[in-house]
Design a protein around this ligand. Sequence first.
Ligand code: C2E
Ligand code: CA
Ligand code: CA
Length: 574
Amino acid sequence: MKTYEFSSETRSFLENIPIPLAVYQYVDDQIKPLLVSRAYRDLFGYDSCGEAVYSLNTDLYRNVHPDDIVRMEEYSYQFANRSGDYDIVFRNRREDQQEYHVIHGTGKYISVNGADIAFITYTDETDDAGDDSVVKAMLTTLSDRRSSSGSTEFSKHYDELTGLQNMSHFLGYSMTGIEKIWEKGEIPVILYFDLCDLKVYNSRFGFRAGDGQICKLAKLIRNYFGAENSSRFENDHFVVYAENQDIESRLHELFLQMKHEEGGENLAVKVGIFPFNNDGTRLTEACDRARMACGFIPKTRTSTFLWFDEGMVRKTSFKYYIMRNFEKALENGWIQVYYQPVIRTMTRTVCGGEALVRWMDPEYGRIAPGQFIPILEDTGQIYRLDLYVFEQVCRDHVRMERNGEEMSPISVNLSRKDFLHDDLPDAIDRISQKYGVPREFTNLEITESAFIRNVEKLGPFIRRFHQLGYNVWMDDFGSGYSSLGILKDYSFDELKLDMTFLENFNERSKKIITSIVRMAKELDISTLAEGVETEEQYQFLKKIGCEKMQGFYFFRPMPAGDLSVQLKNRGFSA
Ligand code: C2E
Ligand code: CA
Ligand code: CA
């Protein structure tokens, strides 16, 4: 997508607005600063607007406090994906000074001539920050949050929907209470509350009903922890400080009450807990840690809490590393496609291969797909990866064919998230066409777990792939609960038996494998056993008539360039 160009009048109007304003566009998974106002330049200590835009472009977070960067990235990412308004407090150093100021950024997306443009305004909330009355007056008029209430003094400190303190008030005034707990020799906890699935609830029952859920939770939080300890940070996120004593049982009680609040159909609640030691940790960091713990709670329908642990910081920064460096990894060739040969059981010859992605990182070393694929699935970047892998397979096909190497079909893994893209089969096919690779030389593997919650959606995809002339394989067959049901409803060309059957290779698993292979034969579907590691397993699979095999006993995944030598050395090709 192209970067949006403002007309010179609009640009000049925006630059001269007496409010610290930055305008961004989300292009190609990147947040691009388009312009900043002069008031922004002054607030953040730049010499010119151009210099500010330039330095945001080179490093969006260069002056943000290091402890706030991960949170900023996460917020910005969520905001870029439209999962809420932008409303964040962070510490930032002016370009020309050393000390950090507390900055409050709020913003919205506005559609401008078809492009989604984010307008973010900033206020300096540091206690002794200069009082620029013009800016304040403008903000009061502009911000609907502040102007919708008759009392701006109230809405400056309190949230209008729930009456709880707002984020900046909480951050500014809670330390006194927290210090009192420290003085008693106790360690307070910071609790970060989040309602589960509010978005889905809003779209089913409307925003008013959603607000009702927020108010119910707010009321319970106030009852359990007291108004002076509680705040609403934004949307459905609440932060509380409390004494540590009996915290788990108090939360259990609150969960129970939420469940039975009038109406009964209430949302579940997630809570992250951070023990706030008096060790120099700032309140904003403590809130971040609690929020981070909350973010680690998986999607749930029952209310739960989770205590913070240090490993979460490492995992979170790894996640952002992957997210941020994915495009760079593609460009720099850190992402590579390895191949694991597939063996035909009867003849013990190679009859194909599976493409498996690898990330060789200059900082982290070799990163396993199990580590980065779930992250790319979360961020939506997986589609780009899978198409890239498919394209690389086509490129390797063309190169190997040119070298006169023996060609066999390669299967490529698709993520369940790829099926969010309706044009997946056609996008794949365009790549095959571009390289002139015949369709029977690439198979598509869909993991069994892709069918969970997606059952009706996958049918059309499979039909379209078949229509175009591709083989579709079911990967990890037997790993879930719905294997047989899926087999009943969809036509697959091949089943890949989940590796766990061979991992626990005993009489029981042998019986299961035998009956799966027999059943597949009756359905005219061929079978491939993954994870073959011993001669004994190989002999068994041969005996029961499983057609193909893949595993370390034969080959480990390897770069395309090693294939022909390895096959030759090991006597698998002429
Ligand atoms: P998978 O599709 O089930 O791939 C098979 C995994 O088993 C591979 O792990 C392979 O290296 C490993 N394996 C093969 N033979 C043996 C064996 O004999 N013993 C043992 N213990 N393991 C064996 P890998 O490469 O780490 O990939 C893990 C998973 O990551 C894959 O599981 C697949 O779900 C996913 N993945 C890999 N590449 C891609 C990709 O390009 N796109 C997507 N969406 N997922 C991918
Ligand atoms: Ca696979
Ligand atoms: Ca598999």
